[in-house]
Structures are given as structure tokens and as C-alpha cells.
Write a protein that binds this ligand. Sequence first.
Ligand code: GLU
Length: 278
Amino acid sequence: MSINRILRLGIGAIAVTLVATACGGGGDTATANDHARAGKLTIGIKFDQPGLGFREKDGSFHGYDVEIAKYVAGKLGVQPGDITFKETPSAQRESMIMNGDVDFIVATYSITDTRKEKVDFAGPYFVAGQGLLVKKENTDITRVESLTGNKKLCSVKGSTPAQNVKENYAKDVQMVELDTYSQCIESLRSGSVDAVTTDDIILAGFAGQAPGELKLIGSTFTTEKYGIGLKKGDEKTRAKINDAIEDMFADGSWQKAFEDTIGPLRDTTLTPPTVDRY
Ligand code: GLU
């Protein structure tokens, strides 16, 4: 074999190794935007939140967050069929972004300073607020202040509502923390907890699935700005996602996505939030 050919083979092998490193886990240096340019994205969503991020029995995905994800992916040049949706439970979101398990997350994900120490956020694309869900026949819980007498309140590990209850209402309630909101809803329906707390829009989605059985009560008591979580320091992808969100507000797709999914379950007038280009 000629020296030239040996050299070419050698360089080829190095190139293959580099591509493998760029696409695999571990030493992945490719950004979400690089993955999009290569035609594929892995996006984190919830799988169990009706109207927001939901995996149907046939394996298809529906909901407001799914629509936001598809629109943003489209603006980054990725077709819906080239998106892999991965389940990102509340408590695992930061680590899944940091590990490169997902390119970005659209999963009722509140922008907070604590989370910003580990990940960055594009958006916000929606503003929700913490609320309470109880059984229709319940009359003794009417607002957050009625959470007294050691009542059992369910929320999800690693979520802002669970944190808020632990910090501000913990002495009067018994907090039950599970992995997902659908588990909390099961506990509420079976009577093992008295109420479920998280964002109003999430609760509305579950209430809509069990009409006449569950009710949202009181007014919201926090502000939850939903952002699209991505790798910390990836300014380029963040700017592109922010552009996409603004396009979605401007061309009517944002309103339509809401009306087609969770909108009918929640009576609000919609005003797009201002994207925070921090
Ligand atoms: N928006 C809140 C959060 O990001 C609650 C919803 C959720 O857990 O996904 O923690």
C-alpha cells in the first residue's frame, strides 16, 4: 500500500471518529443548532399532561408544548417526522439537558434563577400560575389559605409548586411528592390525597379529562413563566429559538396552537409574553 493511501485511510479513520464523537453522548460538543442543521432534534416534553405534552396510546404526541416544539423545530429546519420526543419528568429536566439527553425541553418548564445556574432558557412563551385541584364534592378547600389541619397535598418532585408549598405552607399541610402529575391525579381520585397543586393550565388539562369529577379552585398564587430549556451558554441556539417564538407570536400560530390544544379547557384571554433576551 502506498504511503499516500495509508495516509488517506488514516485521515478517514480520524474523521469517522470525530463524527462519532460529535453525535454520540458523553463527549458531545455539537449544539442543538448543529443537530438541527444535520436534520434531527431530540426534544424533551411531558408524556402524561393532557392538552400540554401527551403521548397517545398509538405513540403519537399531542398538546400545546408539542405544538410549540414542532414550530420551533420547523424554524430550525427540522421536520416533525425528524423529531424524537423524550419524556423529561420535572425533577430530571436540568440533568437531562446537561447530559445531552435532549437538545432542548418544552415541558411546562418555569424559568427560575436557580435553574438558570444549570441551564439557559429561551422565551417565555407562556405565563401560568400555581393553582389547586380538588374533588368536585370537596367544600373545605377553597383557596391556598385553607390548606390547614394537616391535609394531604400532592405535587411533583423537583417542581416549583412543590418547592413553594414546602417553603411557605409546609407547617400546615402534609406534602406528598410523586414523580408525575398523573400519579398525583390518581391519588386524588382514589382519595389518598385531598388536593393537587401545580400550574393552573396543567390542572385544567387533567380536570378536562374527568369532567364533573375534579375542580380547580381559587385564584392562582404564583407566576410561572414557561421557557424552553437548553444547554447553558449556547447563545446561538437560544437566539434562534427566541426568534422562532417571536415568529410564532406574530404569525398567529401561537394563538392557534393554544386554541387547538389546551385553550378550550381554560378561559383566559391570551396575550403573548415578552421574550427575555437576557
Ligand atoms: N412549571 C412548574 C415547574 O416548572 C410546574 C410544572 C412542572 O413540574 O412541569 O416546575
